[in-house]
Design a protein around this ligand. Structure first.
Ligand code: SF4
Length: 64
């Protein structure tokens, strides 16, 4: 699995970082989240799915 954050849509509410900090890092300078593990490790796939589902801005896309 691969995950991406689209900076055009990220509104920086940090939700993904709270759900799965192992994959989504919040950048205090840009006020946006970025993906720091690509591909996503198997054991974190469920958490990444949850983070994407809970992203109100729909900024997270997932490729299986
Ligand atoms: S949950 Fe979505 S909008 Fe919020 S910081 Fe993460 S990618 Fe950005």
């Amino acid at each position: 699995m691969r995950a991406k954050v689209d900076p055009k849509f990220c509104m920086g509410d940090r939700n993904c970082n709270l759900v799965c900090p192992e994959v989504f890092r919040y950048d205090e300078n840009t006020l946006m989240s970025t993906v720091i593990q690509d591909p996503v490790p198997k054991h974190l796939e469920d958490k990444v799915q949850k983070a994407a589902f809970e992203c109100g801005a729909k900024a997270i896309s997932i490729e299986e």
